[in-house]
Ligand binder design. Structure first.
Ligand code: G4P
Length: 504
């Protein structure tokens, strides 16, 4: 049994990510939250995890910046009796896949929006992941100290662009140069300007009252206004957040749903961070604890490999420091030093055979054939490619027709990262060959369609043999070379389903 103390530890955890389009103010807001938590004492102490717009050829510089980001990958601190874990996400869109996976490890999300710009592309894509997972979200409209869009227009923007209902919790007293403060709509000042009185009437008439259940279901987003830079509206957000955001939530495994308060420890790996120093090919595997309590030097089962492992130096992240810990609770993230034992998606348990769901692969945006450029090093190349894919650097597809290997990424940068790391860590050389490809779609026949569907799938695979590939789990993937071709296929094969993520 978990002791009452252990249960309280789990209940007081709030594990979340801040997501935004680059430059909206994620780093600034994170820093202000850490200041409130007493985790840092001076502004400017958070190293920006932002990858500045850099020429692609300068990706070593980017990796250096990512190196810094290990320390800030998870920032833990205590505030008002709660234990908060902020999971950082890379801002650069070429690492969007990293961010998607990080979102599988959080219990809620705060979206930061630049009030001058409204909803931007990156935010829209990240919100799709939140919607898929029904992650509760809060919205912080930042930079109210600058001239920006009208606060009502901003909320309309969120509703229509992000597809979630909203309700304001705080309201800005002025905007731009006139911006002074924010107030809670539950504690309105006695004297209000005519403009604010009109705003209040509109708010009361149009927006629903905050309903925590709806928020927890991912149907309603409370909205806050403020300026992270001027530290206005941040405490209101933080106080509301700790009170209302969920403590660790249950997680679906293939076998059953796992609840955080279960006695036995379980967790899954959502991120592997490689050390860029070729002399120390060690990684940190980041595990989200789904249930129970994790203990140092205790044997746990690595389910995929069916063997026991124990960890003498697990780390947790307090403020900006990595510290060895003796125990960690459901909701926490532990970093386990690793030399290639783990893959993204791996499960650790106290003995049970569980496989957590919810770590889908998304269709990459760019595809290239990878060819061996040094015939003497085929083995090294194969091993390197396999390990880099396990780390989640990119996705590998294998042509069903001729066995050629295709690497899919979300940005050009990853091709360079792979090539460099193959050379420096595995002494292997690769060459890229271009291919025209629109999307990778995971296909299946409608389970209701019976034999007819199965036959259709077989026919489709035969006719499209040239375009069929296997993913890492040997699932069928249709490599559509244009939107037109995909459309045609969807029209012609009524019993087939085409998915843009590997989990459906
Ligand atoms: P990001 O992590 O989301 O990419 O954004 P970041 O916090 O780095 O903020 C991007 C820029 O916006 C920074 O300016 C930051 O100071 C500014 N900023 C953040 N919040 C606010 C706000 O509430 N009001 C105003 N006016 N500006 C804000 P920078 O010039 O790029 O960097 P710096 O020189 O100020 O550090």
């Amino acid at each position: 049994m978990l002791s009452t103390n252990d249960q309280n530890e789990i209940l007081r955890r709030r594990t979340f990510a801040i997501i935004s389009h680059p430059d909206a103010g994620k780093t600034t807001l994170t820093e202000k939250l850490l200041l409130y938590g007493g985790a840092i004492h001076v502004a400017g102490a958070v190293k920006s995890n932002k990858i500045r717009k850099t020429a692609t050829s300068d990706w070593m510089e980017i990796e250096k910046q990512r190196g810094i980001s290990v320390a800030t990958s998870v920032m833990g601190f205590d505030y008002d009796g709660y234990h908060i874990n902020i999971l950082d996400t890379p801002g650069h869109q070429d690492f969007a896949e990293d961010t998607f996976r990080t979102l599988t490890a959080v219990d809620s999300v705060i979206i930061v929006i630049d009030s001058a710009k409204g909803v931007e592309t990156q935010t829209r894509r990240l919100m799709e992941v939140c919607r898929m997972r029904k992650t509760p979200v809060m919205v912080f409209m930042n930079k109210m100290d600058r001239e920006g869009k009208d606060p009502f227009d901003l909320m309309d923007d969120v509703e229509s662009e992000l597809g979630i209902r909203v309700t304001p919790v705080t309201w800005a007293n002025g905007q731009g140069l006139k911006f002074e403060s924010v107030f809670s709509l539950n504690h309105r000042p006695d004297t209000l300007s005519d403009k604010l009185k009109a705003d209040m009437e509109l708010i009361d008439g149009v927006y629903p009252a905050f309903d925590r259940e709806e928020y927890l279901r991912g149907d309603l987003a409370p909205v806050f206004y403020g300026s992270a830079y001027k530290t206005v509206g941040v405490q209101e957000l933080l106080d509301f957040f700790v009170m209302n955001a969920p403590s660790p939530r249950g997680v679906e495994a293939q076998e059953r749903r796992v609840e955080p308060m279960e006695d036995a420890f379980t967790g899954f790996c959502f991120k592997i961070h490689a050390n860029m120093d070729p002399n120390h090919r060690s990684c940190i595997a980041f595990f989200k604890i789904c249930s129970g309590k994790f203990l140092r030097n205790t044997y746990y089962k690595h389910v995929r490999e069916d063997r026991l492992m124990r960890f003498s130096a697990p780390t947790c992240f307090m403020a900006q420091k990595k510290e060895t810990v003796d125990e960690a609770y459901a909701g926490d993230i532990v970093g386990l030093p690793d030399t290639g034992n783990f893959k993204i998606g791996d499960t650790l348990t106290a003995g049970e055979n569980l496989h957590f769901k919810g770590l889908p692969s998304f269709s990459p945006e760019m595809f290239k054939y990878i060819e061996n450029a040094d015939p003497m090093k085929q083995k090294q190349l194969d091993k390197g490619v396999r390990q880099l894919m396990d780390e989640g650097v990119a996705q590998l597809f294998i042509s069903q027709l001729n066995g050629r290997k295709i690497i899919g990424t979300v940005g050009q940068l990853q091709f360079e990262v792979i090539q460099y790391r193959l050379e420096h860590e595995y002494q292997a050389k690769c060459r890229w060959e271009p291919m025209t490809m629109y999307k990778a779609c995971w296909i299946e026949c409608d389970p209701e369609s019976g034999n007819e569907g199965k036959e259709e799938l077989d026919t489709f695979k035969k006719r499209k043999a040239q375009y069929m590939a296997f993913d890492k789990e040997e699932r069928d993937v249709f490599m559509a070379d244009s939107a037109y071709v995909l459309n045609m296929a969807q029209n012609d094969y009524k019993h087939l389903r085409f998915h843009f993520t590997s989990e459906f």
